[in-house]
Design a protein around this ligand. Structure first.
Ligand SMILES: [Ca+2]
Ligand SMILES: [Ca+2]
Length: 170
């Protein structure tokens, strides 16, 4: 019994150590990949100030950090409260999981299965890849409205997106 307790305690200590090491390494990896935020924003603002009014696409190729990342352009987004957010059928081309009766109503792949848990169905907004394809599919459905759209319209909350980092709010 005593040996069992010692063994359990040992395993707990090893487990905690592995978790700590994983967290530490993960933090180091992400911090080395992340740019200096103030430097990135300074370079972005330099480009913005050289433009005559907002541009839907910003040429950042002259700025050092963007050049090192191979990023030549940034797309500008503003919030559109009417922009549609779609739920699409995914690569299998069928609502829910292709060939399965996800909602057990006796009809495999009927439209009401769209978005079924475990399926490849995806929710996309205008800023996402494949948005146009999902929008044009007759099987897609609008699930909400309000999203960020590419635009040069004046906006105090305009933002840019870097695929490898996410949204940048200048
Ligand atoms: Ca599907
Ligand atoms: Ca069904």
């Amino acid at each position: 019994m005593r040996w069992c307790l010692i063994l359990v305690a040992l395993l707990l200590v090893i487990g905690a150590g592995v978790r700590l090491a994983t967290l530490t390494l993960g933090r180091q990896a992400s911090s080395s990949a992340a740019p200096d935020r103030s430097e990135l924003l300074a370079q972005l603002r330099t480009v913005q100030q050289s433009q005559h009014g907002p541009q839907a696409v910003l040429d950042v190729s002259s700025q050092p950090w963007f050049a090192t990342q191979g990023i030549r352009q940034l797309q500008r987004f503003v919030f559109d409260p009417e922009a549609a957010v779609y739920l699409g059928v995914g690569d299998d081309g069928a609502p829910g999981q292709a060939g399965l009766d996800d909602n057990a109503n006796g009809i495999p792949d009927d439209p009401s299965e769209i978005g079924a848990v475990g399926s490849d169905d995806t929710c996309v907004s205008p800023a996402d890849d494949h948005y146009l394809a999902v929008q044009q599919s007759s099987q897609s459905v609008v699930v909400s409205r309000g999203a960020w759209v590419a635009s040069n319209a004046p906006s105090e909350s305009a933002r840019y997106r870097i695929p490898s980092l996410g949204w940048i709010l200048p």
